[in-house]
Write a protein of this length. Structure first.
Length: 608
């Protein structure tokens, strides 16, 4: 039965790893914590049981925009779904309540606040098949998007002891997972199971750019986007001002970009998000507040203008690219300034030790000279015995040289000033720059003044960052961010140890395009089907995109809800010329085949 539902409504022949086991467990009445990466198919884990079981599934979701997106997607597949939230008027609420009472509605999305308010009213008068708590990391104070309202959801187990509860999240370390289970009162339940899927997203390329200045970042980002004129993406920034500045700079370069941050009005945020969903804007320059509210499957790249505060945040944000499984690119910029600023945030957070440790692990990822994917997987408790081949370290291993003498220059400058200077002043001393600070302190009289004059300030910044990475120096954040020499640094300073440094990468050229995705299509033996072409017809793909845009506009849906990019790539490669063949394209369900098949097949026939 569940396989028939999967094919009928979603157009897939097989489940992804863990999905079927989770679905069968919940349908048998069991509780579950589901940990599955963004784009890994979490939604199916509660949507299929909702379709198969009697009653209405209650889905707790943190954002109205996220509810709207998921309800639109379900309706586009022919599934009865609604959202109960503050955007509804009285008439809408009344209709939704009637549908729930009659059992016609299979999924009802609701905020945690609304759920608690309806505990003694709507929820008592309807048949509930299951509770699904999406973005469950919001429950835990150790999670990266903690929301106090979520902590009250433990009452569900007490009030509805026979209704299965499943908590779902894409990013949660062991501490957060344990906290979710405890707060929902699922620990000790004999029917409870934890399902942890692989965190590997092999379709995402991983790249880090170290020590770039603002102008270099902008040049790289502009070249990167112009090499992908049809691809939408997100640039994540640490501050509101940065989102506006970067968006303005990109617009000057002829790129459609808009800023998104919490200081915008609710109307402005809604309009900006809607334009991005409808592919009317190519680039969203946003703070981390953006992204959780959409399931846009055709985001083809994510760039971090600054380093995130934790691997959980980073993984959640890059996960917004390539949700359809097709190749997508991720780029992370980071610098000493990011480390200093994020360390300040961590100190003031009220959870200093935990957040400093999370930042340290984020730095390990950014500063690594080994496969980055292995570091990510290891953080989430998953080991890989091979390099990924799809990160910058694997594809372009860093070039190294004996940097002992350069390190000694910088360390000597620090020692001769009594370790009372910052990184910036260290660079001024070794470069021989007569800054106000150097003059005022008389540092121009030091023996090390100007010894590294032949090296650019940018490269000195990079070398000092590497010295920080390798533990030769540390920054005393509680002493005005002064640089201190560690015992390992002492060994290098006095010639007892040599150090290899990496050659700085200052490339601002466009990033190389990824090869077309390898597409798989299940073709029943008794179905006549043209032999798949090894090369997709790019002109057909563009024509299919235009038809998708037309269909979306007619119905008021975002284009990716009609069909994902991955499904269009499959159509352009396999060129189905009958509705029967069209129905066998992975991702084309029965409902969509009836709705769109004739129009898409007619277009494909013109190209064949």
């Amino acid at each position: 039965m569940i396989h028939q539902l999967l094919k009928r409504y979603y157009g897939y022949d097989t489940f992804r790893p863990n999905q079927e086991a989770i679905i069968r467990h919940v349908m048998s009445g069991g509780d579950a914590l589901v940990l599955m990466p963004t784009g890994g198919g979490k939604s199916l884990c509660y949507q299929i049981p909702a379709l198969a079981m009697n009653g209405t599934a209650i889905v707790v979701s943190p954002l109205i925009s996220l509810m709207k997106d998921q309800v639109e997607t379900l309706r586009a597949n022919g599934i009865a779904a609604e959202a109960l939230n503050s955007n509804n008027d009285l008439t809408q609420d009344t209709v939704i309540r009637r549908w729930c009472a009659s059992g016609e509605l299979k999924l009802l999305y609701i905020s945690p606040e609304k759920l608690l308010a309806e505990m003694d009213y709507l929820l008592q008068g309807i048949s509930i098949s299951l509770f699904a708590i999406d973005e469950a990391h919001c429950i835990s104070q150790w999670g990266h998007d903690f929301r106090p309202e979520y902590t009250q959801l433990g009452v569900l187990r007490e009030r509805f002891p026979k209704v299965p509860i499943m908590a779902l999240t894409a990013t949660a370390d062991k501490i957060t997972r344990n906290d979710i289970v405890r707060q929902l009162h699922l620990d000790g339940q004999p029917s409870f199971r934890e399902f942890i899927s692989s965190f590997d997203r092999p379709n995402l390329s991983l790249s880090v750019k170290r020590g770039y200045r603002s102008k270099e970042k902008l040049t790289f980002i502009t070249n990167f986007i112009k090499a992908r004129p049809l691809d939408t993406g997100i640039v994540y920034c640490l501050s509101r001002k940065s989102t506006e500045d970067v968006a303005e700079d990109l617009r000057r370069a002829g790129i459609k970009a808009l800023p998104y941050h919490a200081a915008l009005s609710a109307w402005e945020r809604s309009q900006t998000q809607e334009q991005f969903k409808q592919d009317q804007v190519q680039v969203m320059c946003a703070t981390v507040a953006f992204g959780m509210g959409i399931d846009k499957s055709n985001v083809r790249w994510v760039i971090h203008y600054n380093m995130p505060k934790s691997i959980e945040s980073f993984y959640q944000e890059i996960g917004r690219a390539g949700r359809d499984g097709a190749p997508a690119d991720t780029v992370l910029f980071y610098s000493l300034q990011d480390i200093v600023q994020l360390s300040e945030f961590a100190k003031q957070s009220g959870q200093k030790e935990v957040n400093m440790e999370k930042l340290r692990r984020m730095r390990e990822y950014a500063e690594s000279s080994v496969c980055r994917r292995r570091i990510l997987l290891n953080y989430f408790g998953e080991q890989s015995d091979h390099d990924c081949g799809n990160c910058d370290v694997c594809q372009n291993p860093p070039q190294r040289f004996d940097g002992t003498r350069l390190c000694q220059m910088a360390l000597s400058a620090m020692r001769r000033t009594g370790e009372q200077i910052r990184i910036s002043t260290t660079i001024e001393i070794v470069k021989g720059i007569m800054s106000p600070e150097v003059k005022r302190r008389g540092y121009n009289q030091l023996k090390t003044f100007g010894v590294g004059n032949d090296i650019t300030p940018n490269d000195w910044q990079d070398y000092l960052l590497q010295m920080l990475q390798m533990g030769l120096i540390e920054i005393a954040y509680d002493e005005g961010n002064r640089a201190k020499i560690t015992p390992l640094g002492e060994e290098v300073l006095f010639g007892h140890r040599t150090i290899q440094l990496s050659v700085p990468d200052r490339s601002v050229k466009e990033a190389p395009r990824k090869p077309k995705p390898k597409l798989q299509l299940h073709i029943p033996v008794n179905t006549p089907y043209p032999i798949p072409s090894p090369l997709e017809d790019e002109k057909l793909f563009e024509a299919l995109r235009q038809l998708r845009q037309t269909c979306a506009k007619e119905e008021g849906f975002p284009p990716y809800i009609v069909f994902s990019d991955k499904v269009l790539h499959a159509m352009a490669a396999f060129k189905p010329v009958t509705t029967e063949q069209f129905s066998n394209v992975s991702g084309v369900g029965e409902y969509k085949c009836k709705k769109y098949g004739a129009r898409f097949v007619a277009l494909i026939q013109k190209f064949t």
